[in-house]
Design a protein around this ligand. Structure first.
Ligand SMILES: [Zn+2]
Ligand SMILES: [Zn+2]
Length: 157
């Protein structure tokens, strides 16, 4: 009887704890000690598509983890990046954003409201013949412009 309300609630509770378990074993596999703060930081990063900054993650989690510091958030994210389970976006010179989505995708930044959106691109769509013999470690595709909302709000001259 999966449509029974109480069993749906149970299922959600189980899902939440298994999430932490999955992230915990993912960190262990990278030889990262799965502390509560580290698990929550990774969970936050994975559940948001906003590509948050250190400040955003700190502000969101400090209510729940009062011992958290910005340095801890920063060091944890660096650890994730070194282990290749997160990546840094330098789409903006003066801010560093983080992304736990390691699949091949580009980023669009709206120059008006600052929203950062993922978009898919197939790697062969970019001709890299000129890099024959080069070892590519990282691929970044950054687009800039206006999101649909900002285009709609733009005053006509
Ligand atoms: Zn916008
Ligand atoms: Zn992304």
């Amino acid at each position: 009887m999966w449509y029974n309300v109480s069993s749906i609630t149970d299922k959600e509770v189980i899902n939440m704890s298994s999430n932490a378990e999955i992230i915990g074993s993912m960190l262990l596999k990278e030889n990262i000690k799965p502390s509560y703060a580290r698990i929550r930081i990774m969970e936050y990063l994975m559940s948001r598509k906003s590509h948050p900054t250190v400040d955003e993650i700190y502000t969101a989690l400090v209510k729940e983890i009062p011992t958290l510091s910005k340095t801890t958030v920063y060091n944890t994210l660096n650890l994730f990046v070194k282990s290749n389970i997160a990546r840094v976006l330098t789409i903006e010179e003066n801010e560093t954003r983080y992304d736990a989505d390691m699949s091949c995708h580009g980023h669009f930044k709206c120059e008006s409201c600052g929203v950062v959106r993922d978009f898919c691109f197939r790697s062969p769509a970019i001709d890299t013949n000129d890099l024959d013999g080069f070892l590519v470690r990282e691929k970044n595709v950054y687009y800039y412009g206006l999101c649909p909302e900002c285009q709609a709000n733009k005053p006509a001259n």
